[in-house]
Design a protein around this ligand. Structure first.
Ligand code: UTP
Length: 293
């Protein structure tokens, strides 16, 4: 039912203030979880879901991101000369096809909705995915792939959904749900960052979306929402008002909020323990310090 989704937008134009001073010169998306930058996890997830066109919405000071996806011929030569073929393979796995990535700038950080709108000409008139690289999701089947498979059946618009503690609703877009069938939630409303007492549920939207191009039209109006920002949530909620479908998808997997320091540290431990070559050492250290915590 849903058209094939081959384009993904990666909004990476935020200021990353929670990671200052590091983000003074290092884009948040280049910060490393074990040995891979956050953006690499996002790209790998997109590729697994069948994405072939990658659009980055960037801003001033994000040059390191563009360089990361460029070839590194000198480095590759040097690794070959030294016979470090395993490292060469690691590098090659990060290579992208020429022309697969397009960059567009958001000149002012006016909000996530505005960032996605900046990519409208590159997206064109087709459904597209949005991935926020600071939401990292550990899952057997990558989250976006789960969603693309569900979207094949439903069409419309789809957002990743997860239950959060009631006191945390004010940090998320929250779903108002009429019906639930398996992993699919039939959504009748969405509110950005409601207080616990005003929240329609504790089902939060997290950073994976499959959207129809009409959401970009809704963003044309440039209405400011919560926090004075142009919110993607509001543009998706407008779809419901226009009698178009919005689904929440309860994904399987564990999400880490790598936009926060605590979430980033937890992800570092989880992804470290998942690496066979690091597991024993790291688990030993955690066991040693656990009694004193
Ligand atoms: P955040 O709310 O995490 O904001 O944005 P931020 O600027 O990245 O980080 P803090 O809060 O200052 O520490 C969520 C996602 O939306 C993108 C960010 O890059 C991030 O991927 N974003 C946000 C934009 O691209 N443009 C914006 O105007 C706002």
């Amino acid at each position: 039912m849903g058209n094939k989704v081959t384009t993904a937008v990666f909004p990476v134009a935020g200021l990353g203030t929670r990671f200052l001073p590091a983000t003074k010169s290092v884009p948040k998306e280049i910060m490393t979880l074990v040995d891979r930058p956050l953006i690499q996890y996002a790209i790998d997830e997109a590729r697994a879901a069948g994405i072939t066109e990658f659009i980055f919405v960037t801003s001033r000071g994000k040059g390191a991101l563009e360089d990361y996806f460029d070839l590194a011929p000198n480095l590759e030569e040097e690794l070959k000369r030294k016979g470090k073929f395993d490292m060469l393979k690691v590098l090659e796995d990060t290579n992208m096809d020429s022309g697969a990535i397009a960059y567009v700038r958001q000149h002012k950080a006016l909000g996530l909705g505005h960032a996605v709108w900046c990519a409208r000409r590159l997206i064109g008139d087709q459904p597209f995915a949005v991935i926020l690289p600071d939401d990292v999701i550990a899952a057997e089947k990558p989250c976006l792939q789960q969603m693309v498979e569900a979207y094949d059946e439903t069409g419309g618009n789809m957002v990743a959904a997860m239950e959060v503690a009631p006191e945390k609703t004010s940090s998320y877009g929250i779903l108002d749900v009429v019906n639930e069938e398996g992993n699919l939630l039939d959504v009748k409303g969405m509110v950005e960052k409601p207080k616990a007492e005003d929240s329609p549920s504790n089902l939060a939207v997290i950073g994976r979306y499959i959207l129809s191009p009409s959401v970009l039209k809704n963003l044309d109006e440039m209405k400011k929402g919560a926090g004075g920002e142009i919110q993607l949530t509001d543009a998706i909620a407008a779809e419901i008002e226009n009698k178009r479908k919005v689904y929440g998808y309860r994904f399987s997997g564990q999400r880490f909020d790598c936009g926060s320091k605590s979430g980033f540290l937890q992800a570092t431990v989880a992804y470290g323990l998942a690496r066979p070559e690091l597991r024993e050492d790291l688990a030993g250290y955690l066991r040693d310090i656990a009694p004193s915590l």
